[in-house]
Design a binder for this molecule. Sequence first.
Ligand SMILES: [Zn+2]
Length: 132
Amino acid sequence: MPYSDPANTRAAMRRYYARHRERILARQRVQRDPKRARQRRREREAWVRAQKGTTCSGCGRTFAPQALSWHHRDPATKRFNPSQANRGQEALLAEMAKCDVLCTACHRQAHPAVVRPRDEQGRFTAWLSENR
Ligand SMILES: [Zn+2]
């Protein structure tokens, strides 16, 4: 409930915290527990893999999940890689809807090869930062 004076809002928040401090701190201990975070990450990753399926939508062959990638049909709409994102299921499903699942070979073909310029030492030059 906002007050017209922000100082009153802050005072109300302080009163709320003072009244519920123990419950708030106990919830934070659970939420920030590294074991719990690890477990939830593993569950999310397994769920993302399950959404992927096992079939390449390019060649139609069957692959292990680690050989399949999320390919954004329009790179301009890409916000994140569903396999690496710590997001809720709704955001992940929205991102997956912009993607095809492709095997490594089909994914390489979907991204045309580019000859990257090298400097005198043979290192790739600014190509990466310019072409992301
Ligand atoms: Zn394929």
